[in-house]
Design a protein around this ligand. Sequence first.
Ligand SMILES: [Zn+2]
Length: 336
Amino acid sequence: MDDSEWLNVIQIASDALECPSAFRDKPFPECSTVHALAQLPTPPPSDEGSPIDEAGNDLTVAVSTAFHPDANLSKTSPDLVLLSSDGVFFYVDAHTLAAASSNQFDSLLPASTTHVHNDHGPVIPIPESADVINVVLHTVYNMSCGHYTPTIDTLISSVHALHKYGMHLKSCLAPSSSLFALILAQAPLAPIQFYALAGAYDLHELAVPISSHLLAYSLSTLTDELATCMGPIYLKRLFFLHLGRMDALRRLLLPPPHPHPPSAECDFAEQKRLTRAWALASAYLAWDARPDLSTSVIESALCSLSDCLNCAECKKSLNERVKQLVVQWSIVKRTI
Ligand SMILES: [Zn+2]
């Protein structure tokens, strides 16, 4: 590669560096300055300093720590360079991308002859940031990117990007995949966002475990945007999850404790006190309950009725009924 070609590459990095403040303010999760400098594709060795532009400013080129020219990630040597919107270079091979993509990597492959070339092939600028394309490429190369701890926004943007670049999402997000595990690990922090994402691409196996984190979600706060994103089928499933659990709770609460044979201390009339108390307490529970009602709340609300009872048989019957209710409630379906 001659000097003029290197200047082209450096110019691209320089242009990209002018825009995003985030690039200047923090190191990339998927590349580090130290590594980037060590992997500089620029000719000058480190003891001669970084290249200097006409204005006298130092220019550095950021290179992905995972997708650098000598990474040996596939049998084919890197023959394509992706340049993220925030100026990080990812060295990949076009065959791997094209084989995984159903749309020639959003029609970017084969690379146009108008693209700038370096000695590893054409340099294709893409609109995604480095953290997003890092997750995309790790997924395409079937590698885990968990050690980068991508943020919630990065994970969501990465799934959209995988779709955009023609990747088969049901394979990329199969339950055995690292991306599936990464999303599930973050799901408790943004369950409705991840559920909407899973719904958007009909990723049922992902939506099911995520939905277990939505039992406490207030359906009245669902935005038009999220409802549109998840689509009618997954919206219906979410509502039916909530409605179904509330319906099950009411059904389970309805039967009062079994009466015991009348005794000298406690006849049927006396036992009606427990039946009435149960009806009142269960109505209170059902009125105020949400789909995530815990078994401990049920226990404490209903077992406290025991304090009003003098009959040991009635207390025993109450305890057995509460135990039965807790078991029944714990096995009511918690996912879509
Ligand atoms: Zn009794």
